[in-house]
Design a protein around this ligand. Structure first.
Ligand SMILES: *[C@@H]1O[C@H](CO)[C@@H](O)[C@H](O)[C@H]1NC(C)=O
Ligand SMILES: *[C@@H]1O[C@H](CO)[C@@H](O)[C@H](O)[C@H]1NC(C)=O
Ligand SMILES: *[C@@H]1O[C@H](CO)[C@@H](O)[C@H](O)[C@H]1NC(C)=O
Length: 389
């Protein structure tokens, strides 16, 4: 045991943002400058486990079924894409806490914070429940407050969050879309609120940074770095705002020796090249960001007609498994953010959330609504898995 005097001396070594926290959170925060995945077991998202188990039951081919059963063991993030999902977060944190106490291994739970008002401003398939014109900012702050209250109950469970997929990337490249221009200041205010509040309960955050084929184009790197660094400094440069997440719900390879033809013209043709190009610009702007990289559906390359195609791309396979064994010290972990098998968007052109990308020739059809189970697509991901299950 450390005496209070020694603890006081240790506290003096911590960053100011950590010292300002209550003692219970400080204890959890003692290593806030280290890779949050190190030393922790990832508690699996129970909803994905249930989806995969149900999917396996529907597969008659026994070798495909046994491969599919392996997917259950891979941890994917829990998407808080509606405020109504927060009670389930509490349930899963309680289960993770119980698991930590019974097994003696420290547990980490992965969430996606994804409920901005006027969400997905440059596309249609992932429109959300809140709108800026109808109390959106207050509704969003309430959503964040509920998440914070939930996490606060389980101080021994470490939480890692991907913050608001596509939001900042849309502000870098899509301000010519009216909905994005109108959302710019609200997005920044809401994302800053999320970062500040989640930091108070020790959530390790990675703000979404698009992917190599979006912000990785040389002309987009500097504006992107400036925006991310601005979000970092305006939210108090907390050590819990650990860095950026790339390739979320996308299909890019982490590294490749043979660039996909669709990447032609972009010297940053894979995620590692993108991260290595962005990192020094972030550092120049005062943000020493670390990264996590999505590889859930990156097992097969050369399947898209254009790099911007994102919806239920045909021929995709599950990719590299989550691991802290990564090709760069900038990358904390390879992760699976997207629950592979849940649709990206519907191909029904009469549906309210229809987006044309979901009926392009490289999109598997017919496809159900975003987030709902797409059995054929799941089976294709298993068949194409690389490494295989
Ligand atoms: C909460 O979890 C239960 C069981 O896991 C599920 O049936 C329900 O749909 C979830 N609630 C929401 C709002 O997603
Ligand atoms: C958003 O920006 C990306 C990257 O520049 C571009 O490919 C896409 O077409 C834009 N979306 C819209 C709806 O303008
Ligand atoms: C497509 O969406 C429309 C509008 O929601 C619905 O009436 C129709 O049944 C859907 N078609 C299919 C094939 O699901």
């Amino acid at each position: 045991m450390f005496s209070p005097v020694v603890l006081g001396a240790l506290a003096a070594l911590l960053p100011a943002a950590v010292q300002a926290m209550p003692a219970s959170t400080q204890a959890r925060a003692a290593d806030a400058t280290a890779n949050p995945y190190t030393g922790y077991t990832i508690f699996k998202n129970p909803e994905y486990v249930a989806e995969v188990q149900a999917a396996v039951q529907q597969i008659s081919d026994s070798s495909l079924a046994s491969a599919a059963a392996g997917v259950e063991d891979v941890p994917v993030f829990f998407w808080l894409d509606q405020v109504a999902k927060v009670p389930n977060l509490t349930t899963y944190l309680a289960a993770a806490d119980a698991e930590a106490k019974s097994s003696g291994s420290q547990q980490l739970f992965q969430i996606v914070v994804y409920d901005l008002p006027d969400r997905d401003c440059a596309a249609a398939a992932s429109n959300g429940e809140f709108s800026i014109s109808d109390n959106g900012q207050a509704n969003y702050e309430n959503y964040i407050d509920q998440i914070v209250a939930s996490i606060k109950q389980y101080p021994d469970v470490r939480v890692v969050a991907v913050v608001e997929p596509d939001s900042m990337a849309n502000l870098v490249t899509n301000l010519s879309v009216q909905k994005c221009a109108d959302a710019e200041s609200t997005y920044k205010t809401c994302v800053a609120y999320a970062i500040e509040q989640l930091a108070t309960v020790g959530v390790y955050m990675y703000l979404d940074a698009g992917h190599a084929g979006w912000l990785g184009w040389p002309a987009n790197l500097s504006p992107a770095a400036e925006l991310f660094a601005q979000m970092y400094s305006t939210t108090g440069s907390s050590p819990y705002f650990r860095g950026l997440a790339t390739n979320v719900a996308n299909y890019n390879s982490l590294t490749t020796d043979s660039p996909d033809p669709i990447t032609s013209g972009d010297s940053n043709y894979d995620e590692l090249l993108y991260i290595e190009a962005l990192s020094p610009l972030l550092v120049d702007n005062g943000f020493p960001a670390q990264f996590i990289v999505e590889q859930a559906r990156s097992g097969v390359q050369n399947i898209r007609s254009a790099w911007g195609d994102w919806c239920n791309v045909k021929g995709a396979g599950f990719g590299l498994r989550p691991s802290t064994d990564t090709p760069s010290s900038l990358i904390d972990s390879i992760v699976w953010v997207k629950p592979g098998g849940e649709a990206d968007g519907t191909s029904n052109s009469s549906a309210a959330r229809y987006d044309y990308h979901c009926s392009l020739s490289d999109a598997l059809q017919p496809a159900p609504e975003a987030g709902t189970w797409f059995q054929t697509y799941f089976e294709d991901l298993v068949s194409g898995a690389n490494p295989a299950f």
